[in-house]
Ligand binder design. Structure first.
Ligand code: ADP
Ligand code: ZN
Ligand code: ZN
Length: 803
């Protein structure tokens, strides 16, 4: 095989296909599909992925591959195929699909090196290689990549005496520790000890240590022998000892030991749910389960025991959780059960840490990965189960190219690997629950909470009544009363503020003027700590005005309630209460999220006040009261899922209370108490909500009855934007079936972002086999205008965000 087909890193329509390159003779047999290479492309040198090998090409004058970036494939066969599938499903470029499957470190600048391992020795290593690495511990890959005897290195790597690693540059360095090793022989050490003067007591102690040990981390040595670095330095200078840098995996969870925990004995309900899952694991077949159980019904325990069974069969598991609930508590449960078998991937890790975790997976050194959305691409080779917790979470959809939904990818990988996929939720998406009802998914209900603890009692408070009664506070009389009661009893309170929507916009009470972003059609958000108004879409900021820019009145105020304002009010009305506030401002520093939660868990505060990020995953026994300050904010967004999302969120938040012995209470404050989503959430009645919402979806032709595709066009010129959208809409009108509904062109809900106008066309359809081809044609047609005129066309098949 002399020729490699390569997908090059030039994301454009014209280059979205494999190009043929010659494999230089020295690398023939070495190059495999799934490896990254550097190839000349026009005047440039670009990175590319080898996707196939062949012996002949229809093209003449092929160029050579100039560099190998990997010595083993980074994408296995399954993932390469998955890349093709992603490209088809989401209409993205191949290169974007491949890059989405790898950690960011592999896209960035890096230095690749090759070095000896522990098993490197004169006996089991090729002579020439032994000589080379005897002098140097590691060698830059560049230095050997062009050698004719590269195969020798490959052999050693296969044997395990050499390994390839990346020294990632600039942004993140590899993490090393200083180790001290014995350099001279034991006899020489012995001789040195005898010949030393009495004064060199520490040096003698150190040498004696090395009579029985090969090496030790310097910091451990210092501690063990309570010595300073001076005597060590002296021994190194005499050539008796040697200092080395040793790379270690960055372990975000180091310094923490996890006590090994045994599985619980399952309840009857849990047994019933687990049995069909285990059967698919035993038989190695694919199936999709919807584990539908209220919060605290023991879903996680079922995940753990399913994974346990998978590991017993020497297979591997992917466990997806939403970023926001990838809390230390959650990770702890997995680490306690599976110890070092677990790798964790989430956005809180540095690029280097993520890369280290990925490598553990790539080398099959771990067998469980717990991670957010992109962990679905974990390069396991013996995948035995995929679990998606909180399957309704919108964060499983990637909102940039490739616009994939992790659930779809999971099902695809489940099919390719003949393994089960479990979707878990207390409030499944309508799509999933409808499929379960049609028996396309296997429904596994868990009806009761653990320990038969009751679901908390929920009460809805009408905030309009409060206003009429003269209460202008953000707290209703009832909520305040209950808060006082809990603080007296030394029980804990969670206060939830839904920040989504425009909760702290600035408005003039005199003329009604709202401060909007000059670049985007959206109101600015007030930030108290620096007295600035900020746009959350483009980053624009300006100082808070003291008089209305429109009428000059001083009656300009911010409206709505940010967490800071609530915190201040708490300070006035409950000065004795200790409050922990969790929002983007207090959790932006790495690790602060965890610190705040730990403090709350340890009882260092009475009230945890926060946004979305506290809605999930918290499982603290002492929480007996949950207050939702404003249930409506999300209800009025221009999104057909807003009721569903409100229902899910309220149910999640309510689930934080009374998970253990103490009974829980929930107060939901709202201005629209009669809304069905709020009413049914307060009754925790998913089934009724499902029926009601399905009826509305049917009436309005939305998923799951119809599929939707959203095409958004944006450009700085309004007329141009409209005209392109119009042409596209007309094309659909002409080409799709009569059953399809084409809504557009219309302005997007946010009609301008960063000075670019946005128009859209929404298609609702049931069966349109030609749709993807038409969309491809659209992209083809506009490729020049996209490349040169700054036109943007984004296509989202199955959009989750309607803004
Ligand atoms: P969910 O994931 O549905 O919210 P969990 O699995 O977290 O529920 O279970 C809720 C609580 O019950 C947890 O504290 C968990 O440790 C405990 N638990 C789960 N299964 C059992 C069991 N079989 N026996 C005893 N305790 C259990
Ligand atoms: Zn803006
Ligand atoms: Zn005004």
């Amino acid at each position: 095989m002399k020729i490699a087909e390569v997908i090059v890193d030039v994301p454009a329509k014209q280059t979205d296909k494999p190009f043929d390159y010659l494999i230089p003779e020295k690398w023939q047999g070495l190059v495999k599909p799934g490896m990254r290479v550097a190839v000349p492309f026009g005047p440039r040198m670009v990175q590319g992925f080898v996707v196939d090998l062949k012996s002949e090409s229809e093209f003449k004058g092929l160029k050579n591959i100039s560099k190998l970036l990997d010595i083993e494939p980074v994408l296995n066969k399954e993932l390469l195929k998955l890349g093709d599938w992603l490209t088809e499903e989401t209409l993205c470029y191949k290169i974007s699909a491949f890059q989405a499957m790898l950690p960011a470190a592999m896209k960035a600048k890096y230095e690749k090196k090759i070095r000896r391992t522990k098993s490197f020795s004169e006996k089991n290593t090729d002579g020439a290689i032994y000589k080379l690495f005897q002098q140097k511990e590691s060698i830059l890959w560049e230095e050997i990549a062009n050698r004719n005897d590269l195969k020798l290195f490959q052999k050693e790597i296969e044997k395990g005496t050499l390994e390839v690693y990346y020294e990632v540059k600039d942004k993140y360095n590899k993490k090393t520790i200083k180790v001290i090793c014995r350099r001279a022989s034991k006899m020489e050490l012995q001789a040195a000890i005898h010949s030393m003067s009495k004064g060199a007591k520490k040096q003698k102690e150190i040498l004696s240590y090395f009579l029985n040990h090969e090496k030790i981390a310097q910091k451990d040595l210092l501690q063990k022998l309570s010595t300073t670095t001076a005597p060590i330095k002296a021994l190194i200078d005499r050539g008796l000892l040697q200092e080395m840098e040793e790379e270690i995996y960055r372990d975000p969870y180091e310094n923490r030991s996890f006590e090994k925990k045994k599985p619980f004995k399952l309840t009857e309900d849990q047994e019933k749910a687990l049995a069909p899952i285990l059967k698919t694991v035993e038989n190695g077949i694919h199936d999709i389960f919807l584990l539908y159980g209220v919060t605290g019904s023991g879903k996680t325990e079922i995940y753990l025991q399913s994974i346990d069974e998978v590991l017993k069969r020497n297979k591997q598991a992917i466990m997806l959780v939403p970023e926001i609930s990838l809390t230390p508590q959650m990770v702890k449960r997995f680490k306690e059960r599976f110890g070092d078998e677990v790798a964790v991937l989430h956005s809180g890790l540095s690029i280097g840490e993520k890369y280290d975790e990925w490598r553990k997976i790539h080398r099959q050194e771990v067998s469980v990965v717990v991670g957010a959305r992109s962990a679905i691409f974990a390069p396991f080779q013996r995948l035995g189960i995929i679990i998606i917790d909180e399957e309704h979470e919108s964060s499983y959809k990637q909102e940039e190219s490739p616009r994939y939904h992790a659930r779809d990818v999971a099902i695809k990988r489940g099919q390719s690997n003949s393994c089960p996929v479990i979707l878990g939720s207390a409030t499944p998406t309508l799509e999933s629950f409808a499929r379960a009802k049609k028996e396309r998914y296997h429904l596994l209900p868990l009806r009761n909470r653990m320990n038969n603890s009751k679901l908390p009692s929920v009460e809805v408070v009408d905030m309009r009544e409060e206003l009429r009664g003269g209460n202008r506070s953000v707290f209703s009389v009832k909520l305040l009363e209950k808060m006082k009661d809990r603080i007296e009893k030394k029980e804990q309170i969670v206060l939830f503020l839904n920040k989504r929507g425009h909760s702290s916009f600035v408005m003039c009470r005199n003329c009604g003027e709202v401060c909007n972003c000059p670049n985007c059609e959206i109101s600015l958000t007030y930030h108290r700590y620096n007295n600035l108004l900020k746009c959350h879409y483009c980053g624009y900021e300006e100082p808070m005005p003291s008089i209305c820019p429109s009428c000059g009145s001083e009656a300009i105020r911010f409206f709505g309630t940010g967490t800071q304002k609530v915190e201040e009010e708490l300070g006035k009305i409950l000065p004795e209460a200790r409050v922990i506030r969790m929002d983007v401002d207090t959790t932006s520093k790495k690790g602060s999220h965890e610190k705040l939660l730990t403090a709350f868990q340890e009882g260092k505060a009475d009230i945890l006040l926060g946004t979305q990020m506290i809605a999930k995953g918290l499982d603290f026994p002492n929480i007996t009261l949950v207050g939702v300050l404003s249930a409506d904010t999300m209800l009025h967004l221009p999104d057909f899922r807003s009721a569903e999302k409100t229902f899910q969120l309220l149910t999640q938040v309510s689930g934080r209370a009374g998970r253990h012995q103490l009974p829980g209470e929930v107060i939901i404050q709202t201005y629209t108490p009669d809304n069905y989503a709020i009413k049914l959430a307060s009754e925790q009645n998913y089934d009724a909500f499902f029926l009601h919402e399905m009826m509305l979806r049917k009436q309005n032709a939305y998923p799951p009855y119809f599929f939707i595709a959203l095409i958004t066009v944006s450009h700085e010129d309004l007329l141009y934007t409209v005209s392109v959208t119009e042409k596209i809409s007309r094309l659909f009108q002409k080409s799709l079936s009569r059953e399809a509904m084409i809504l557009g062109p219309v302005a997007s809900p946010i009609a301008r972002i960063n000075n670019r106008y946005r128009y859209q066309c929404l298609i609702k359809y049931k069966r349109e086999p030609e749709l993807k081809n038409i969309l491809k044609k659209v992209l083809d047609h506009y490729q020049n205008e996209m490349a040169t005129k700054g036109l943007q066309i984004t296509i989202d098949l199955n959009p989750q965000m309607m803004m």
